[in-house]
Write a protein that binds this ligand. Structure first.
Ligand SMILES: Nc1ncnc2c1ncn2[C@@H]1O[C@H](COP(=O)(O)OP(=O)(O)OP(=O)(O)O)[C@@H](O)[C@H]1O
Length: 603
């Protein structure tokens, strides 16, 4: 790991930035100086050895240094700062004269706020340390008195967004003088996003109150101009920790543990292809599917539903509590397919288009769903045990692609991604490939053609898929979207109260329920044998065997098992994925034609 050299005691302002030559470290949590109670808590969570970023960051943070930690997504940055932060606050818990939180953790989205809060809470519960942690985001209902109540005490740790802190400051719920007197540690998590999300002014409102002695930690998956700006704005002589395979978005772009595939298909065939991938079980579960618009998310859900494939949707229109609950259920393994809509620009356009009709049985009323500007599922969210990310629609930027595929292969496990590329998406696909550093002349491709799906297999399912797709009309999509929103608004209220009493209970509501009025036709639930060719049968068998070998099944997930995906058992690894050598234009050509010549291999 490369990290900055620690300098002797008499430190000056700028001396700490610099890079130390690579050095292999393999220390235990004890050797890093962690409190035995925290170590026991980590072990109870199944974490017994520190990841590289934790090895580097924990001792420095315990010593009170400012740290900038850059490590790729899913590498364990949260615990790298959270564990020493808890230890330090606990060690100083004699300091009672505080008027504001002693630690503030700033994250860009509500989802991350909840995730970090839960992580802190579970560590504190497991090690029975008396520190109060509070999460706070601004929702439409939260008025100043609610913010004041939440901060009464005040808590030792506040997990929040810059927008919320700025509101607390401007409303006088938090006073600059109190922060100056109390704040010991400030964390900027997902720092590269904090500025991208337009929080610069909000952050500036806080920086004025940060006392000079406050320890500042900046965690980021990439290095960018925004991170540099933040560093200058907030940190003093930071230690820069950079894992060797990280540095800028390019390094994060090509995670070695995620195999990337693509399929060329016409836009209107995407439903057919995803049906084939899921129903023939050619991809590993759990699967996270990305769409660019909320309507498309619902269309896909309704379509899959007709074949008995249950999925849940996640988007910026859903109430916050529902979204958090959906994430929890998915992470707990209660369902295998999650359709997430992540493209905020597209969503804004949708919102601008007008009203969604939310019709109740007794009354018809129109309501404008508000998209949550603090919604974010692509960055930072720790989706557990996602083995496959599918880009049903291509993201609108190369960075978007990188962050989407970063939802698999987390915590040094492995995963794969499959992108469905239609002719109009070729341009962005080419952009993504060149962003990743893939060249036309290159022999081994970074994104390879998906090897397990043959033209025969797809064509044999065409009739069923097209027939069902026709029944998923625009009206059906609109109605289901409205119905889902209505349900979730009702649920959200129940969830709010319920979560306060039982923060861990996942059983109250199901989010992967069917939305269409008719239950799926029984003959569509399974793909009959006569529709399957030998190649596909074999491929599907291998994926199933791999899953069994990895212990990747629902019950394992539900028990929170964190078995790692073994590369050698991954059928996608054992098959050769050859890219077409020349003329890689997708227009007017079926990706499967590129596999015809190697079907022998896939068998
Ligand atoms: N030492 C460890 N051993 C095993 N698992 C770990 C360890 N540290 C963290 N994890 C797990 O790894 C997963 C990813 O960690 P985390 O979310 O902190 O990554 P991250 O670097 O913050 O990613 P991102 O940049 O996307 O936010 C989590 O499920 C976490 O519980």
């Amino acid at each position: 790991m490369a990290k900055t050299k620690e300098k002797p005691a008499k430190e000056t302002k700028h001396q700490q930035e610099g890079v130390e030559e690579e050095e292999e470290e393999n220390k235990s949590f004890e050797e890093l100086g962690l409190d035995p109670r925290l170590i026991r808590a980590l072990i109870k969570k199944g974490i017994d050895k520190p990841f590289p970023i934790q090895q580097a960051a924990i001792p420095l943070i315990l010593q009170g240094k400012d740290v900038v930690a850059r490590a790729k997504t899913g590498s364990g940055k949260t615990l790298a700062y959270l564990v020493p932060l808890l230890q330090k606050l606990y060690a100083d818990s004699g300091l009672k004269n505080k008027l504001a939180p002693r630690a503030i953790i700033l994250v860009p989205t509500r989802e991350l706020c909840q995730q970090v809060y839960k992580e802190a809470l579970s560590l504190l519960e497991l090690c029975r340390v008396q520190l109060k942690v509070v999460q706070l985001t601004i929702s439409d209902k939260e008025n100043v008195s609610e913010l004041r109540t939440a901060l009464a005490g005040p808590p030792d740790i506040l997990v929040t967004t810059p927008k919320c802190v700025a509101k607390c400051l401007s409303a006088g719920v938090l006073q600059s003088a109190s922060i100056s007197g109390s704040l010991q540690i400030l964390v900027l998590d997902e720092a590269d996003l904090l500025l991208q999300f337009g929080f610069e002014d909000d952050l500036k409102a806080l920086t004025a109150a940060i006392p000079r002695r406050c320890q500042c930690l900046l965690m980021s998956a990439t290095s960018s101009a925004d991170v540099e700006k933040l560093k200058k704005l907030i940190l003093h002589n930071p230690f820069i920790l950079t894992l060797p395979d990280v540095g800028d978005i390019m390094d994060e772009a090509n995670p070695k543990n995620v195999q990337q595939f693509w399929i060329s298909c016409k836009a209107h065939d995407k439903l057919l292809y995803i049906y084939a991938l899921l129903k023939l079980e050619l991809v590993q579960k759990k699967v996270l599917i990305f769409t660019n618009t909320i309507d498309m998310g619902f269309r896909l859900k309704l379509f899959l539903e007709k074949f008995g494939v249950k999925s849940a949707v996640l988007n910026a229109e859903l109430p916050q509590n529902s979204r958090l609950h959906i994430l929890e259920e998915f992470n707990a393994g209660l369902f295998d397919y999650l359709i997430a809509t992540d493209d905020s620009k597209a969503n804004e356009k949708e919102q601008a288009k007008g009203e969604i009709n939310v019709a109740s049985k007794n009354s018809r009323r129109h309501m404008k769903p508000k998209l949550d500007s603090e919604f974010g599922v692509v960055r930072g969210i720790d989706f557990k045990n996602v083995h496959t990310v599918i880009n049903f629609e291509m993201p609108q930027s190369a960075e978007g692609y990188v962050h989407r595929i970063g939802r698999t292969g987390r915590a040094h496990s492995t995963g794969s991604s499959v992108s469905l590329v239609s002719p109009i998406e070729v341009e962005i696909f080419e952009e993504i490939k060149s962003f990743l550093g893939e060249h036309e002349s290159q022999e081994s491709k970074i994104i390879s053609p998906f090897p397990l799906l043959t033209t025969n297999a797809v064509e044999s399912l065409r009739y069923r898929a097209e027939d069902v797709a026709k029944s998923v009309t625009k009206v059906a999509v609109r109605e289901s979207r409205a119905q889902d929103l209505r349900n979730e608004i009702l649920n959200s209220e129940k969830l709010k109260g319920h979560f306060e009493v039982n923060p861990r209970d996942l059983d109250l509501l199901k989010h992967d329920k069917d939305l269409s009025k008719q239950s799926p036709a029984s003959h569509l639930r399974d793909v009959p044998d006569y529709l399957l060719d030998t190649t596909t049968r074999e491929a599907s068998k291998m994926v199933k065997l791999a899953r069994a070998a990895m212990g990747n099944n629902n019950s394992a997930c539900r028990q929170g098992s964190k078995r790692k995906f073994k590369r050698s058992k991954d059928p996608l690894k054992t098959l050769t994925a050859e890219a077409p050598k020349r003329n890689r234009k997708v227009e007017g050509r079926d990706a499967n034609s590129t596999h015809k010549h190697k079907r022998g291999k896939t068998n």
